[in-house]
Design a binder for this molecule. Sequence first.
Ligand code: GCU
Length: 352
Amino acid sequence: MNFLHKGLVLFCTALLALSTLLVSGCGQDAQADSRRVIRIGHAQPQNHPEHAAFMAFKEYIESKLGDKYRVEIYPSELLGSQANLVQLTQTGAIDMCIVGNALLSSFSREVDVFNLPYLFASNEVFDAAMDDPNVTEPIFRNTQKAGFKVVSWVNVGTRNFYTVNTPINSPADMKGLKFRVQQSNINVRMMQLLGANATPMSFGEVYTSLQSGVIDGAENNELSLTDNGHGDVCKYYTYDVHQMVLDDVIASNHFLEEVKDNGDLEVFEKGFKLISQVGKEKCLASVREAKEKAETEKGVHFIYPDQRPFVEACQPLYEEVLTQMPSLRPIYDAIQVYNKEYSEKKAKEGGK
Ligand code: GCU
C-alpha cells in the first residue's frame, strides 16, 4: 500500500471512529445537555504528562464555564495518528489536539525553526525562549493560514538517539544506521549530516519497525522507552540532546472564533497556559521515573557522550535554513541571546 493510500485509509478510519463517538455522544444525556462539547485528541497513553495537562484544562474550563462547555478528551490515538488529528482540527471536526512540533512543518514551514538541532543550550533556555511571545508568536500565528493556531506548547524533555544494538558515542558510530525521525525536512538533513540514514514515519509505527529491523534506532525522550515500549527492543540510549521535545497544542480557527464571539476567549487563554504549566510540572518527574525504569527493568544502558562532534557535524544546517527562510533569522537571533545569557550565568556560577 503506498503512503497516500495508507494515509487515506487511516484518515477515513479516524473519521469513522469520530463519527461513532459523536453519534454515541448524542444519546439521552446529550438531549438533556445542551452544552457545547469541546473535543480534544492526543496520541499518548493516559499516564502521560500531556493527558494530565488536558485533564487540568478540562477541570479549569468546566469550573469557570461549565454551564456552557463540556470538555471531552480522546487519548491513545483513538481518533487516529497525530497527522490525522491535525487534519481533523484543521477542518474543525475536533477542536484541539497536541502533536509533535515537527509534524506541523508540512502545514507551516516556519515552525521547523524550533527543530534545529542543538538550538537551545539547555532545557532552561528552551522554557525561557518558548515563554517569550517575541520568539513564538510570529511562528505560531502563521499556522492560522492552515486553519488552526498553536495556542500552547508542552515541554516533554529532550530528544536523544537510541538503538537496538549499537552504542553511540560519537557521530562516527551512527554511520550507515537507519534512524526513524519525525516527519520534517530538518530532521532528515540532520541525520544526513550526522552520517546516518533518516526514515521518517509516524510515532505509532516505530515499535514494530524497531522490532522487525526496518530501522536500527530512533530518537526521543525516555518516556518512549517505557510508555511506548521502545526499551524492550533498544538497549542503548545516548544523551546527545539534539532537540527538546516540543509538542504543540493546536486549536481550530472555527473554535477560536466561536469562543471569542461568545466572550470566553480570555478564560480559554488562561486554560491554554495551564496546559503548558501542568505538562511541564509533570514531565520532569515522569522522565526521571522512565529513566530509572528503563535502566532497572529493561536493561537499557545510558551513554553520556561528548556533545561537541554532534554539534559540529550539524553546523551547515543553520545557514541552509536561514538562507531558505530569512524571516526566521530574528527568531534564531533572539534564541541566541537566551543561550548567551545562560552560558554567562553558568560561567559566573562556576567562578564562585
Ligand atoms: C514525543 C512527543 C510526541 C511525538 C513523538 C514522535 O514522544 O511527545 O508528540 O509524536 O515524540 O517522535 O513522533
